[in-house]
Design a protein around this ligand. Structure first.
Ligand code: HEM
Length: 136
């Protein structure tokens, strides 16, 4: 009887431990899955645009600082304005910015790659560029 009781307590303890471990391990995924909501103005590179680019163009194997697909890095502010990324962002001119043209599928991207975002995010990127594309 006593052994059965100890066995039950032990099982409950194991279950709680596993639950806590899973919760801790998955904690970060909420950050990844948290939708990026752009404000109507004062759009930030750090809090809005860079996370958005990491979710679209600079996912793993793409235009991240690590992967540098086609030699193009889009998730680093300085790199976004240099080298083969030149012209991706033209401050104050979203329509002339190739990043926007790619996002709006106005230019063809080699390779059937797509990205998911909504209109408020696209408008947010364009607003950031209209506001001068600052490193804010
Ligand atoms: C809106 C987001 C993106 C932008 C602005 C962008 C931009 C570019 C540009 C300017 C080029 C070079 C010219 C061209 O091939 O069109 C390119 C090529 C490439 N990009 Fe992207 N890209 C984006 C998303 C992605 C994603 C999500 C991936 C990976 C899944 C990716 C992987 C590549 C690769 C592998 C190439 C070389 C293609 C080739 O030369 O065959 N890109 N991208």
């Amino acid at each position: 009887m006593k052994l059965q009781f100890i066995y039950k307590i032990f099982n409950i303890f194991i279950l709680i431990t596993v639950f806590v471990l899973i919760h801790c391990a998955c904690g970060n995924s909420t950050a990844i899955n948290t939708p990026i909501v752009f404000p109507d103005s004062n759009v930030s590179w750090t809090y809005h645009v860079q996370p958005f680019i990491k979710m679209t163009c600079a996912t793993v194997g793409c235009h991240s600082t690590q992967s540098q697909a086609a030699g193009i890095v889009l998730d680093d502010y300085m790199m976004l304005f240099s080298g083969s990324a030149l012209g991706m962002v033209v401050p104050n001119d979203p329509e002339a910015s190739r990043l926007v043209q790619y996002l709006e599928f106005k230019v063809v991207h080699n390779g059937s790659i797509y990205w998911k975002f909504d209109s408020q995010q696209l408008n947010g990127v364009k607003k950031w560029i209209s506001e001068g594309a600052k490193m804010n």
